[in-house]
Design a binder for this molecule. Structure first.
Ligand SMILES: O=C(O)CCC(=O)C(=O)O
Ligand SMILES: [Fe+2]
Length: 311
């Protein structure tokens, strides 16, 4: 018999019974029970207006001013249609996505590890939450259907959760986040090498089509998130999601922040490849880590140092 995979308790087959037990043992605050039950059943959870508008505004101000600190941020290079990341420039640019803003923008840290979020993650993680990858989308990047286990690897792939936080109201057609309800219950997708990681020789279109077929075969409902500023959307490791195909202009704003987290009892897969980036910056009841910046850095603004990813 193959050993059962390491999962968060809320992703285990007996999760509903486990929730009742935890509740009886006083391990779950009353206010979190319905949220946990929803996450267990659906694989996602929405907290409308959970982040204070003033905090969002501070983060947006930081994003709008990032060009005043050229070289300190790491961005996509979509204008030149290049897959490599690049260091940020001296001109305002609302087209590209920015990585790991929690390193240089205090508001990005406060949002990703907001006490409400960090406490909720600690409940499902049974340990401190580590934010280990953050993407700030100024517009939709048009991600195809996927599970984060494929692209955001953790030593134990299922010890993963994410938040998607709206920094503005989302316009329909701008490439809104979309997902298949309950799709976290699909049988684990294995790639050609037997792992759960998307690697060399894989095709993202083929992978997306196979997920779509699997979701349709199970009759899962397809949903789109027309989020309002301050909404927090959680998903579990295997929820199938994508950016809904954009119908508006390519530069239509969709300011939103995705953070991926794992429990402190495991480690991001990239810790193997980048030993000098295993540093953690404590924050609140959690911490953050970065594949691009050398941490800890005592709160100064620093430049990314992962040379091989930067053009
Ligand atoms: O924001 C989106 O459209 C998708 C983002 C996503 O899938 C991710 O960052 O894991
Ligand atoms: Fe994703």
């Amino acid at each position: 018999m193959t050993p059962s995979p390491v999962t968060l308790w809320n992703d285990a087959p007996d999760a509903a019974a486990s929730l009742r037990r935890r509740q009886a043992d006083g391990l779950v605050p009353a206010g979190a029970v319905a949220d946990l039950a929803h996450l267990i059943e659906h694989g996602w959870l929405l907290w409308p207006g959970a982040i204070e508008p003033a905090l969002i505004d501070r983060m947006v101000d930081g994003i709008r001013a990032h060009h005043r600190h050229p070289g300190m941020f790491l961005t996509t290079d979509h204008r030149r249609a290049r897959p490599e990341l690049k260091r940020s420039g001296a001109e305002p640019d609302a087209f590209e996505s920015l990585f790991d803003l929690y390193v240089n923008l205090p508001a990005a840290r406060e949002i990703a590890l907001h006490p409400r979020i960090a406490r909720f993650l600690a409940l499902i993680f049974e340990s401190r939450p580590i934010a280990f990858q953050q993407l700030l989308f100024q517009r939709s990047n048009g991600h195809l259907l996927h599970q984060d286990t494929a692209y955001v690897a953790v030593e134990e792939p299922m010890l993963l959760a994410a938040t998607w936080i709206a920094l503005q109201d989302v316009t329909e057609g701008s490439g809104e986040l979309a997902w298949y309800d309950r799709s976290h219950t699909l049988a684990p997708h294995r790639f050609k090498d037997g792992s759960r990681r998307f690697g060399a020789g894989e095709d993202s279109g083929t992978y997306a089509a196979s997920l779509e077929a699997a979701c349709r075969a199970r009759g899962f409902e397809y949903r789109r998130l027309l989020a309002k500023k301050g909404d927090v959307f959680f998903w579990t490791a295997d929820l199938v999601h994508r950016s809904h195909p954009r119908v508006l202009a390519a530069d239509t704003p969709r300011l939103s922040c995705v953070t991926h987290y794992c429990p402190a009892r495991t480690a991001p897969f990239w810790f193997r490849l980048l030993p000098e980036h295993r540093g953690l910056e404590p924050f609140g009841i959690g911490a953050f880590a970065s594949a691009y910046y050398r941490l800890p850095n005592a709160g100064r603004m620093i430049a990314p140092d992962r040379g091989f990813a930067v053009s």
